[in-house]
Ligand binder design. Structure first.
Ligand code: ADP
Ligand code: ASP
Ligand code: MG
Length: 689
C-alpha cells in the first residue's frame, strides 16, 4: 500500500485536481493507493467563518463556497456524471447548512474527496471512498489502526481508496478534527495502519526547506532529514509538515516523503532514520509569531548536539549586523531560540538564513600564467592542491585559464582576457615588461616574480605604475626581493605613510652569501666552493652571473624605488666580487684564474677573521645630502661584526635592515629567501592579497 496526501493548494481547482489525478493514477499502476486529501485551499478558513456568522453574511459565504465547488465539478465532469456530482454536492451543502456550528469545519474534506473519488471512478479506476469520521478515532491510535486495516482488508479489489484528511471522531462518536494542518497526520495514521510501503505528502513547495520560501526566497530544499529535526522544524513553525505527523510514521518505520505537486519529478525531502554518527549540522530556521505580544520566536533547528553558547553568539551577532536587537536567546543543546520584535521577523529570518545557510558567491579570479619553470610548476601545484581551502577561507576561486611559455602569450592575454583577470609573470624574460603597460591599460592585473621587469629604466617603471593606478588594477611583485619575505610591502607601507628611509641594508643574494659563508666555514678554496655551488645548481649555469652582483643590483633598484627614490643603474656603485678581467673568458679559464687568486681571497677572509668579522655581500641605500638623489647606493662585500644582523645569517637566509624616521632602532626582516615553493607561495599571496 502507498499513502499519498495532497494539501489544499494541490486540490484548489480543477486544473490542480487533474494534476493530482495524474500523479495518483501513475502511482496506482505500481501498488494500491490510499489518497488522503485536504479541503480545497481557503475552504477550512471559510467554514470557520461560516460557523461564526449568521443570517445574510452566512448565506453569502455558503453560496460562495458552493459556487467554487460546483465550478470545479462542472470543469471535471460532463453529462450525467456532472449531474450526479452536482446532486451529491447539493446534498452535502444541505447537511452543512443544518450542521451544528462545531461540525461545520468538517465539511471541507468531505466536499473535496467526494468530487475526487467520483472522478477516479469515472476514469475507470476501482475506487472506494473511506469515511475518516468512522475510522479515525481521535486519541485512540490502536482502535484507529484496527478500523482502517479492517476497512481496507474488506476491499481487496479496490485500487484507490480516497479518504478525507483532517476529520475524525471523538470516542463518543461526535465529529471532530485533528487540528489545523491535520491532514498530514491523517495520512500518517492511514500509512501506519496499513503498514504502507510509502508515505508521500504532496504540497505546494519542493520539500521541507531551510526556511519558509515565502519569507526567505533564498531557502533551499533539504534532501534528507531526521525525524527529530523534522519534528523540531514542524513544531516551531514550518507549516509544511504538521508536527504530530512525525510520531506515528516514525513508530511504524515509514519514511515521510515531502513532494511538490507542481514539480512532481523533483526529489523532495525524505524524513527518515538518519545514519548514526553523522556530524551535527544546522537544518533550517523557523519563526512563530505571537501577535498578542508583538514578538516572534525564531528557532534555528540543529540536527545533533551543538555548541549552544557559540551558536547563540553567532545568531545574536548576525542579527546585530542587520540592526536587529535580540529580545532573548537560548539553546537547548540542539536548537537555538531567539525572540525578536514582530516588525523585524522577515529581516531576522533572512539574516540568520544568510549566516547559516547561504554561501557567499565566490569571486572568480582568472589567472593567465606566463612561464612554467620551477616557480610556475610549484604555483600550479599549489593552486590545484589548495583551491578549495582557499575558496573557503578567502571567498576567491582561483581559475587557471592558461599557462604558457610562448613569447606572444602576454599579447594574447591583453587581447582576450576579461578585465579584472590576473596576468602572472613567473618567467625571467628580459623584455616581457614591455607588455605590462598594455595589459594594465586593458584592465588586467599583474603579479610578477620577474625581477628584470622592475629593474628597467625608472621612466618605464613609473609608466607601469601609472597605468595600474589609472586603470584601477594592481601590479604586485613582492617575490622579486627576498622571495616570500614581506619586504617591499613593509617599505611601501612606511613610505606611503610619510615615513622616511634613512638607510636600507639588504643582504639579499642567497648564492653569494652562501658562497661567502661556506668560505668562512670550510677549508676549501674560493674557486672550489664556487665550482661546488655551480655543480649543485645553486648558481646560474655560468656562476659569473651571480658573482657579478647584477641580481643584487636589480633588487637594490626595486628596493630604492619602493622607498620613493628613483634610482637608476648608473647611480649604484657596484663592487663585484671579481674584476672585469674574469668575464670575457671561457669558463675553465675563469676557474683557473680564480684558483690562482686564492691567496687574495684568503687574505681578505683572514683580515675579516682577525677583526672577528664576516664577509657579506650587502646592497645599501643610505641617505646622503651630497648625493644627487639625496641617497648613496652601493653594492659590495662588507665585513660585518657580531652585532650586525647579517653576521649570523645561515644558508639561504635573506635579511633587510631598515632605518627610518619611524624606525631609529632598525627594523629587521629576516628569513629564508630562496626556493621555488617559497617563491610560488609569495606569488600566490600577491594574487590573493
Ligand atoms: P498544504 O496545504 O499542502 O498542507 P501548507 O500550507 O500546510 O500546505 O504547507 C506548505 C507551506 O508551508 C508552504 O507553502 C510554505 O509557505 C510553508 N512553509 C513554512 N515553513 C516552511 C519550510 N521550512 N519549508 C517549506 N515550506 C514551509
Ligand atoms: N484543511 C485543514 C486545514 O486547512 C487540514 C489540512 O489542510 O491539513 O487546516
Ligand atoms: Mg498542511
Amino acid at each position: 500500500m502507498q499513502v499519498l496526501k495532497f494539501g489544499g493548494t494541490s486540490v484548489a481547482d480543477a486544473t490542480n485536481i487533474s494534476r493530482v489525478l495524474d500523479i495518483v493514477s501513475k502511482a496506482a499502476t505500481r501498488d494500491r493507493v490510499i489518497l488522503v486529501c485536504s479541503a480545497i485551499a481557503g475552504c477550512t478558513d471559510a467554514l470557520l467563518e461560516i460557523a461564526r456568522s449568521e443570517g445574510a453574511v452566512r448565506d453569502t459565504l455558503l453560496a460562495s463556497l458552493r459556487t467554487k465547488h460546483e465550478h470545479i465539478a462542472s470543469r471535471l465532469f460532463t453529462g450525467a456524471e456532472r449531474a450526479e456530482v452536482l446532486a451529491e454536492l447539493d446534498g452535502l451543502f444541505g447537511e452543512l447548512a443544518k450542521a451544528p456550528a462545531d461540525e461545520t469545519v468538517t465539511f471541507g474534506e468531505l466536499l473535496s474527496t467526494r468530487i475526487i473519488a467520483r472522478k477516479l471512478a469515472c476514469d475507470g479506476i476501482a475506487t472506494k471512498w473511506l469515511d475518516s469520521r468512522i475510522l479515525v478515532i481521535k486519541g485512540h491510535q490502536e482502535l484507529t489502526y484496527n478500523n482502517i486495516s479492517t476497512a481496507v482488508a474488506l476491499e481487496p479489489g479496490v485500487q484507490v481508496f480516497v479518504a478525507p484528511g483532517f476529520i475524525a471522531s471523538e470516542y463518543d462518536g461526535r465529529h471532530t478534527t485533528l487540528g489545523r494542518g491535520g491532514s498530514d497526520l491523517s495520512a500518517a495514521l492511514y500509512a501506519a495502519a496499513t503498514k504502507a510501503s510509502r508515505l508521500e505528502i504532496w504540497t505546494d513547495v519542493p520539500g521541507i526547506m531551510t526556511a519558509n520560501p515565502k519569507q526567505v526566497p533564498a531557502a533551499k530544499t533539504i534532501p534528507e532529514m531526521s525525524w527529530q529535526a523534522a519534528s523540531d522544524m514542524a513544531s516551531h513553525g514550518a507549516k509544511v509538515l504538521y508536527a504530530p505527523t512525525v510520531a506515528p510514521a516514525m513508530e511504524a518505520g515509514i519514511a515521510i516523503h515531502i513532494r511538490n505537486t507542481f514539480e512532481p519529478e523533483g526529489p523532495g525531502t525524505v524524513v527518515t532514520t538518519m545514519t548514526e554518527g553523522k556530524a551535527p549540522e544546522w537544518v533550517g530556521v523557523t519563526g512563530m509569531d505571537d501577535t498578542l505580544k508583538g514578538e516572534s520566536l525564531l528557532c534555528l533547528v540543529g540536527d545533533g548536539p551543538v555548541n549552544g553558547e557559540a551558536a547563540c553568539k553567532r545568531v545574536e551577532g548576525c542579527l546585530r549586523k542587520s540592526g536587529i536587537r535580540t529580545l532573548s536567546i537560548s539553546s537547548d543543546g540542539t536548537n537555538i531560540y531567539a525572540t525578536v520584535r514582530l516588525a523585524v521577523v522577515g529581516q531576522a529570518l533572512e539574516a540568520i538564513h544568510r549566516e547559516f545557510f547561504e554561501v557567499a558567491p565566490l569571486t572568480r579570479l582568472n589567472l593567465y600564467i606566463a612561464g612554467h619553470g620551477a616557480v610556475g610548476k610549484a604555483l600550479e601545484e599549489m593552486i590545484e592542491a589548495s583551491r578549495d581551502t582557499i575558496a573557503e577561507r578567502t571567498g576567491k576561486d582561483l581559475c587557471i585559464e592558461a599557462i604558457s611559455t610562448d613569447r606572444g602569450f602576454a599579447e594574447k592575454v591583453r587581447e582576450q582576457a576579461p578585465r579584472g583577470s590576473i596576468f602572472v609573470d613567473v618567467t625571467d624574460s628580459p623584455d616581457i615588461w614591455r607588455s605590462y603597460e598594455g595589459l594594465l591599460r586593458e584592465g588586467v592585473n599583474i603579479v610578477s616574480s620577474n625581477r628584470r621587469s622592475f629593474a628597467v629604466p625608472f621612466v618605464d617603471y613609473a609608466a607601469m605604475h601609472a597605468a595600474a593606478q589609472e586603470n584601477g588594477v594592481f601590479l604586485r611583485y613582492e617575490t622579486t626581493v627576498g622571495s616570500a619575505l614581506p619586504i617591499l610591502e613593509s617599505i611601501a607601507a612606511g613610505t606611503n605613510s610619510s615615513d622616511e628611509i634613512t638607510s636600507l641594508e639588504a643582504v639579499v643574494s642567497c648564492t653569494l652569501n652562501r658562497i661567502l659563508s661556506a668560505y668562512t666555514l670550510t677549508p676549501d678554496t674560493f674557486a672550489g666552493i664556487v665550482r661546488k655551488a655551480q655543480e649543485e645548481g645553486l648558481t646560474e649555469p655560468d656562476p659569473r652571473v651571480d658573482l657579478s652582483g647584477r641580481e643584487a643590483l636589480r633588487k637594490l633598484l626595486i628596493l630604492a624605488r619602493e622607498a620613493g627614490v628613483p634610482l637608476e643603474e648608473e647611480d649604484v656603485e657596484l663592487d663585484s666580487l671579481i674584476g672585469p678581467e674574469y668575464f670575457d673568458i671561457p669558463l675553465d679559464e675563469f676557474y683557473r684564474k680564480l684558483e690562482a687568486a686564492e691567496p687574495e681571497f684568503r687574505a681578505r677572509e683572514d683580515a675579516a677573521d682577525a677583526k672577528r668579522c664576516r664577509q657579506r655581500f650587502v646592497a645599501s641605500l643610505v641617505k646622503d645630502a651630497s648625493a644627487p638623489l639625496g641617497y648613496k647606493a652601493s653594492i659590495r662585500v662588507e665585513c660585518v661584526d657580531a652585532n650586525h644582523p647579517a653576521y649570523r645569517l645561515k644558508g639561504t637566509e635573506n635579511a633587510i635592515i631598515i632605518r627610518s624616521t619611524m624606525h631609529p632602532y632598525p627594523l629587521l626582516i629576516q628569513g629564508p629567501g630562496e626556493g621555488a615553493r617559497l617563491a610560488a607561495s609569495s606569488v600566490l599571496n600577491d594574487i590573493l592579497r
